[in-house]
Write a protein that binds this ligand. Sequence first.
Ligand SMILES: [Fe+2]
Length: 357
Amino acid sequence: MKNVKYVAIPPGAIIPGVLPEFKIFIFSQDGTYVLWAQEGNKVTQEQLAKLSEGGFNEVFVDIEDHFKYERYLETNLGNILESRWSSDEQKTSIFSKVSANVVKTAIESSLGLGTMGVEAMQQTIRLVKNALIFIMEANSMKALAKMIGHDYQTYEHATKVLWFTVAFLRNNLDVLKQIQPSFETSDKNQMIELLGQCGVGALLHDIGKAFIPAAILNKTDPLTPVEWEIIKRHPFSGMAMLLDTDIPDFVKKAVLHHHEDFHGGGYPMGIKGQNISILARVLRIIDTFEAMTSRRPYKAAIRPGEAVQIMIGITQIDKVEDSRSQVDYRDQDMKRCFEETLLRKFIVFLGSYDLSR
Ligand SMILES: [Fe+2]
């Protein structure tokens, strides 16, 4: 067994010319960890090329430096996602790790202040901006497909919703134009700006869950009426937490409306149709799809194709012939929740990336 003092990291996380504040080790053939780069030393392209030629798929960091490593990842995320030294799967995993930390920090900072701290907000915007190009790439969607069905946690869920939202809107600029009518589809800078704002909304849509006790969030038995009332508050709490930040109003509105159903009956206000903000109508679809295809504390993951069938109303969830799936009353009669036109576009989008199987 390897020495537990070290944690493996992908070589692609190391950017040539940058000064990491931690030592980097390799695992040698004689079974020992050998110092490969000192902290504060720039790693060169030649060193990385040699590592790659030597077949080293991972390097190591002292577990005590793990915090420094995470901070380094966050600062250099943009470069890492562009690096040619790591695979799309490794990039996906680094991106997910960093975003999960960012959402966690956002939630923790809000808990103390009641509203989201300026620093946490800037950190979130930086993350989304750094990641936009990578998220929009077709290859990154393939790598994301491998993550579908994994563990469910608010942070990971938020990361995946961010991913789907940005990629979906990039593929459907007419929807982006509905979100911001002044958007000129030929204006690339405006598109990036707008996608970034929508991405921040997607990443933070459930931030209000910070105020729901974990015992309710993770409950495996049906919720009591009182517990439901507590759950239903999270869109309001989320918007309140973002109120003092300078993210655009349409994003705040999307956070408030993300559980409203297109044909009525959603929460917190029970509004319907065009009264629900367009970004919220998109999030309603993506949030549901992502939650169903991930393992939740109270149920197993459903395969993407089955999730789509349930969402369009072809299959009732108790008819799904998959032993991993369990009946969840929260997933019944879903069709009325979504705007049909948008749902159709989303299914076409899933098909174009082969994500619906
Ligand atoms: Fe939510």
